[in-house]
Design a protein around this ligand. Sequence first.
Ligand SMILES: [Fe+2]
Length: 205
Amino acid sequence: MSVSPEVEGSPITTAGLSTFIADVEAVVATESDPHRVAEGVRHFLAPLLAHPDFLAPEHREPDPEHYRVHLLAVAPSRRFSVTALVWLPGQVTPIHDHICWCVVGVVQGVEREQRFTLREDADGDRWLAPLDDVLVPPGSTAALVPPDENIHQVRNAGDALAISIHVYGDDLTTCMSSINQCFDDLSTRPGDLTGSPVAWRRAKV
Ligand SMILES: [Fe+2]
């Protein structure tokens, strides 16, 4: 099974990032519905992407072995964390889901996100069927809120370095990874939407 890189680095908070964190703190303090929280985060993340000088040079550094996760900040409330993911061409995540809501914005490069549904037949066999396959260009944002369509895989789909900001609704200094579980051991059956959808947050795969 593939393993996600651990979150690493010392948080460095710049003025633009501080403003973003304060804005998101106001969102999480006033909204309890995670879908509305995620939409609020997207609203404030989009303008942050237009001014990428909030990223320190060390937070733009890739890893030749796998995509890299730099921790930028943990909110004072500890209710969310901000990371920068740095990808060399071809680097890819495992197929995974998250422990919490996640909002993504691309700073540079092009990422591709493939979402999946987990199905099961009458004999108990389980597989993944691909759903949306979306290119995410610079400046674009996307949100994932468990448990809806939250199984996905992300890759650098371009031929240059890619950097994206991922905001997670948890304190990553205590859990060290936003990934709930990986699904790479399951077979993938394109177009096979037979069987029943699995309540995968409780499923053993
Ligand atoms: Fe993810």
